[in-house]
Design a protein around this ligand. Sequence first.
Ligand code: G
Ligand code: MN
Length: 255
Amino acid sequence: MSVPAPDEIDSMFTAYYQPIVDLNTGDVVGFEALTRQIAPDGSAQSAGEIIEQIEHDIDSLTALICSTLKSIKRDVVPLFAVHPNFYISVNIPPVILGTGQIVKIMEEVDLNPYLNRIVCELTERQVLSETGRAALDTARQFGIRVAVDDFGTGHSGLAQIVGLDLDILKIDRSLILHVISNRMASRLLRGVVALASVMHVRTVAEGVETSQQAFFLNAAGVDYGQGWYWSKALPASAIDQTLRTRYPRKLYPEF
Ligand code: G
Ligand code: MN
């Protein structure tokens, strides 16, 4: 599979949006923008493999991030005035942050008036360069919030986040998967919640699939959840209605 050229990217991909839900109230507090590949029949497909290819080419990867940001500008910005409290989260690879250009990229796609509604998700799986750290500091001065993605999977763990001004910790799905069935996983989860509390950051549990998990995570003090229990990633046309929805909180089982 060859890497698509930068000028092919816009027509190949689109963004879908997965809701992030307040575990106390069931309100939708934000969405994560996720890349989908447009298939020949027009349907949107997972893009994992091709994104791995694109990650090897900085120009194509930059074009892909710009394309996602352009989708956000088109799909989400018109809703900011209607729904004044939700945020939009976007995955920014460390190599892109490493160019130090993130605020400039936001300007290029005309998102700079909305930086306070944007969260940059930074994966913990790849190492962030010094330039990337400086870029994040600058971005925060402009009002962008920063989330550490996939927390709990990185090799470097705490070393990666020491000295970063963070707003949100996203707890990796691999930990959430076992919180009900495994005593150590549930203790570890409560440890991460304590860590987030002393760091004064919010927590998002990723990959929540069952009501039992949602119940446990809420009881353990996790702020927000994201996962198939509430919703898969949705096309842009569903965002407005989803923001008017409050997911039922009382459906958690008694056990
Ligand atoms: O690492 P990141 O959070 O960016 O990855 C999001 C990926 O996780 C998406 O590809 C999305 O389809 C997938 N995903 C989202 N919610 C769930 C879930 O509840 N369960 C599982 N298995 N995957 C999920
Ligand atoms: Mn993410």
